[in-house]
Ligand binder design. Structure first.
Ligand code: SF4
Ligand code: SF4
Length: 388
């Protein structure tokens, strides 16, 4: 192999240190060098539009920030709703934001099974069902993109490992003998929920959906965090510390939602694809991959851990060598098209829920008032509660 470090530095100055680590690097032909924005054009609207179009990580940060702000907005609205409910109707009525149901995935899983078996979209958490379906569809079409482009926990997780990298210079990667078994944990948790759902017949599903527990599950979740226990605080702190030290600790090892999306994403036609004839074996893609995938050693990335984050593609110094595409001979999907498709599918499914009258639930303000008063009753206390 020919070593040609100067060419790399000229086209991609930020990779010098990584190239020092690379054992062998081939020369990049001039026509394959990646396009960089001239320094004079990096400011103002022109620079912003250029980045949105050509800098996948800039675009991803914009999308992540937009979803984080959306979640924050939902959180504030929900806080005001709960405050109204707990006030005993002594403050101005605040409507519940339906988007909060996106944080009730187990209820959504049961709603999905109920819908598939009966054709009925439940009227207790209908928006949760549509958000769940939107994420399943996204994973089927576009890998586990929800995790790296939209999920607020994924965004927090990424910020934490980046913080760790800044403080300590790098993140730890667990040895394979520990990494593999730990990665199965999220699938075991997922299998448990899938088993519970599978064992319920239509009557059982309807009883759960209509139960006081499920009707107030979003409020119970809010109160769990508002009155958080000492044990829960410590658990979260341990997870934060682990997430600073180890890339995506929660997502990689413990999140059953991510596990489900990962399993579906294996079916996705879009995959990171490597052109072996132009690859210079610099291994920068593998070093950049936050999911620890050896991108440089495969032609197509089939891994259930790939989140279509475009990080490997962004660092690849050779144009048209690493791309996301449906098949080797098909056109690649640029990051701005990918991001637009992602937002389009999500907004499209939510819009469908709104247009078909399946966005708001059927629980009246009067019923909420009554249930807020009896929140401490046994019927609201556990997963299997049935009574009305
Ligand atoms: S393979 Fe590439 S797109 Fe997939 S997770 Fe790794 S860096 Fe991101
Ligand atoms: S595909 Fe990976 S190994 Fe090949 S040139 Fe691109 S970054 Fe280097």
């Amino acid at each position: 192999m020919i070593h040609d470090v100067d060419t790399h530095i000229e086209t991609n100055p930020g990779i010098v240190e990584s190239l020092m680590l690379a054992p062998g690097v081939r020369k990049i032909p001039r026509e394959r060098r990646r396009r960089r924005l001239p320094k004079s054009d990096t400011r103002g609207w022109k620079g912003i539009f250029w980045r949105l179009q050509f800098d996948s990580q800039y675009l991803r940060t914009v999308v992540q920030s937009a979803f984080a702000l959306l979640c924050l907005w939902i959180g504030v609205e929900f806080y005001l709703f709960v405050r109204w409910g707990l006030s005993g109707n002594n403050s101005a009525i605040v409507s519940r934001p339906p988007g909060v149901e996106g944080f009730l995935p187990i209820s959504a899983l049961m709603s999905l099974k109920y819908w598939l078996q009966t054709g009925i979209i439940n009227n207790i958490h209908p928006s949760g069902l549509f958000i769940f379906c939107a994420l399943l569809l996204i994973s089927f079409l576009m890998k586990k993109a929800f995790c790296s482009w939209m999920c607020p926990i994924g965004t927090l997780s990424e910020s934490l490992w980046m913080l760790g990298e800044r403080i300590f210079g790098r993140n730890r990667r667990l040895p394979q003998w520990l990494d593999y078994p730990l990665r199965t944990l999220k699938y075991l948790i997922l299998a448990f929920f899938a088993y519970v759902t599978e064992t319920m017949d239509v009557g059982g599903l309807r009883a759960f959906i209509d139960s006081p527990y499920n009707r107030m599950a979003d409020v119970k979740m809010y109160l769990f965090f508002a009155n958080i226990s000492f044990f829960a605080v410590w658990t979260i702190l341990v997870l934060v510390v682990l997430s600073v030290a180890i890339k995506n600790f929660w997502c990689r090892y413990l999140c059953p939602y991510g596990g489900l999306l990962g399993l579906i994403s294996v079916l996705s036609p879009l995959k990171v694809t490597r052109q072996t004839s132009t690859c210079i074996d610099c291994e920068l893609c593998s070093k950049a991959c936050p999911s620890g995938i050896n991108v440089h050693s495969v032609k197509r990335v089939w891994s259930d851990e790939c989140t279509a984050c475009y990080m490997c593609i962004e660092v690849c110094p050779v144009k048209n060598t690493l791309e996301i595409k449906a098949a080797k001979d098909l056109k690649p999907i640029p990051s701005w098209v990918f991001g637009s498709l992602l937002a389009g599918v999500f907004v499209g499914v939510i819009g469908l829920a709104m247009l078909t009258g399946n966005w708001h639930n059927s629980i009246s303000h009067e019923e909420y008032q009554k249930r807020f008063k009896e929140l401490n009753a046994p019927a609201y206390e556990h997963f299997g509660a049935r009574g009305h």
